[in-house]
Write a protein that binds this ligand. Sequence first.
Ligand SMILES: Cc1cc2nc3c(=O)[nH]c(=O)nc-3n(C[C@H](O)[C@H](O)[C@H](O)COP(=O)(O)O)c2cc1C
Length: 200
Amino acid sequence: MRVLLAVASRHGATREIADRIATELAGEGHVVDVVDPVDVDDLGPYDAVVLGSAVYTGHWLPEARVFARRFGSELAGRPLWLFSSGLATAPSAATSAPAQLRELLARSGARGHESFAGRLDLAALSRAERAIIAAARAPEGDQRDMGAVASWARRVGAELAADDADVADDADAADLAAPRPGLGSSPVTPLARPAPLPTG
Ligand SMILES: Cc1cc2nc3c(=O)[nH]c(=O)nc-3n(C[C@H](O)[C@H](O)[C@H](O)COP(=O)(O)O)c2cc1C
């Protein structure tokens, strides 16, 4: 399948998570374009979408939110997964899944949302960002777990591959069901769809 992986990242950590997801999806046989959400004009070429964003002060970055609004109905017609990356930990992990995200999950019919731990590089932050982080007492350093990212991506890739197989089976079924000279029609039961990924 051709997959659009749209990712909003301010300091690069979420972009690297997206690159790892893309590597795993490619390993499952999919063709993946990793792009900034503002650079997407058309979902037409894509069979599926993964949309991710870093979380800042409890929200996805604006470009990811705008993307979700702009392509709302088209997203709803495609397999869609969402991911967030941030440093909130239990019991405040809910900041990585803000209210807009819950609404987006419901509206878009996304198959899942996953929260990944992020990276905080104080030297890369603006003065304003450093002030926010100092107040939040967020831990500096790279908390990303690329193993967790990779295993989530492989599950997404496997689900997409199963979708592809379903489409091929449906096409075969239609072909078999078509009346042929000398043969009756042969009804074929399509395979059950796989269960969706649990939301994170
Ligand atoms: C100013 C600021 C605010 C942040 N607010 C949150 C937050 O509300 N929740 C959260 O989980 N992480 C928060 N983080 C952590 C970032 O999401 C984390 O550093 C992320 O990995 C950054 O991704 P990026 O490099 O792709 O921009 C914040 C970081 C900064 C610098």
